[in-house]
Design a protein around this ligand. Structure first.
Ligand code: SAM
Length: 306
């Protein structure tokens, strides 16, 4: 089914070489399935599914009768081998219960095994909660870190958060409703009060959003004003997103911009991205911020050479 960039001969000299398709499925709203996903799910001889009963409902909705086989995080290696041997004679589509397979869902092992065995692996992109939440969060999208699910134990969570505390990148994470409040406690304790956007039930009938300060939103859950129900994705601003000092007689906007650019560049942001962020934060034009950033980068390079 897939076309090879390298010509018509299958790699590794196999005569029949199947492709492993990683097919994204809706995270709530069934209209979000792509036309390509439907075609692949209809045409492949076999679908490996995290939960075959769950996937059967999706397939039935779209009048697809393809056979399914189970593949989940507790699947034994033998199950993976069965799927790999199915690839020897035909294509296989991998789906998870919702969203993009292998993103906080089973699939990565199978992908690695299929690549190691020389089978083509092709993504069929579509919904994923992390990106849907990021783009509507209102927080910077130019750089981000996806943390998946944080560890269940608070001490392990805090250890992980310590590692990203200084990162200037927007953070995205998944959390189960019964751990939401303790997660917000740890986020506040380790990262300080920051901007947060919490997306609940994305793409579903009761989708809603909480945007604001981490401390204020945490307090609303802690007091019982809000009850954590449904599926949540959290988007949190990176370190130092808001400048702590305003311009005054002793700090011109240019001083502040230089300090802020210095911070961002030393955290590894590219010159152009650091400039864009500082321009946004301090009301400079991009051109002004970029010129300052270039100047700082050159100064740093000269300093490093000495
Ligand atoms: N592979 C999926 C994806 O691409 O988004 C993620 C699977 S992970 C097991 C499930 C978690 O994703 C949920 O606990 C929740 O944190 C997040 N999630 C999934 N669907 C969501 C939705 N509709 N709204 C908000 N978050 C969602």
């Amino acid at each position: 089914m897939g076309q090879s960039l390298s010509g018509s001969t299958p790699p590794c000299g196999r005569e029949h070489m199947g492709t492993l398709y990683l097919v994204a499925t809706p995270i709530g709203n069934l209209e979000d399935i792509t036309l390509r996903a439907l075609r692949i799910l209809r045409e492949v001889p076999l679908i490996a599914a995290e939960d075959t009963r769950h996937t059967r409902k999706l397939l039935t909705h779209f009048n697809i009768s393809t056979s399914t086989i189970s593949y989940h995080e507790h699947s034994p290696q033998a199950q993976r081998d069965i799927i790999l041997s199915a690839l020897a004679t035909g294509d296989v589509a991998l789906v998870s219960d919702a969203g993009t397979p292998a993103v906080s869902d089973p699939g990565q092992d199978l992908v690695r095994a299929a690549i190691a065995a020389g089978y083509p692996v092709i993504p069929i992109p579509g919904p994923t909660a992390a990106i849907a939440a990021l783009i509507a969060s209102g927080l910077p999208t130019d750089n981000f870190t996806f943390l998946g699910f944080l560890p269940r134990k608070s001490t392990d969570r805090r250890t992980l958060l310590e590692q990203v505390r200084m990162s200037p990148y927007t953070l995205i994470l998944y959390e189960a409703p019964h751990r939401l409040l303790s997660c917000l406690d740890d986020l506040l304790a380790m990262l300080g009060d920051r901007e947060i956007a919490i997306a609940r039930e994305l793409t579903k009938l009761h989708e809603d959003w909480l945007r604001g300060s981490l401390a204020a939103i945490r307090a609303r859950f802690a007091s019982g004003e809000l009850t954590p129900r449904g599926e949540f994705t959290l988007v949190i601003s990176g370190a130092l997103v808001t400048p702590t000092t305003a311009p005054d007689e002793s700090h011109s906007v240019e001083d502040l911009a230089r300090d802020r650019l210095g911070d961002l560049l030393s955290h590894g942001l590219a010159t152009r991205e650091a400039a864009a962020r500082v321009a946004r934060e301090l009301g400079l034009t991009r051109r002004e911020a970029y010129a300052l950033a270039l100047h700082l980068s050159e100064e740093k390079a000269e300093h490093d050479e000495e």
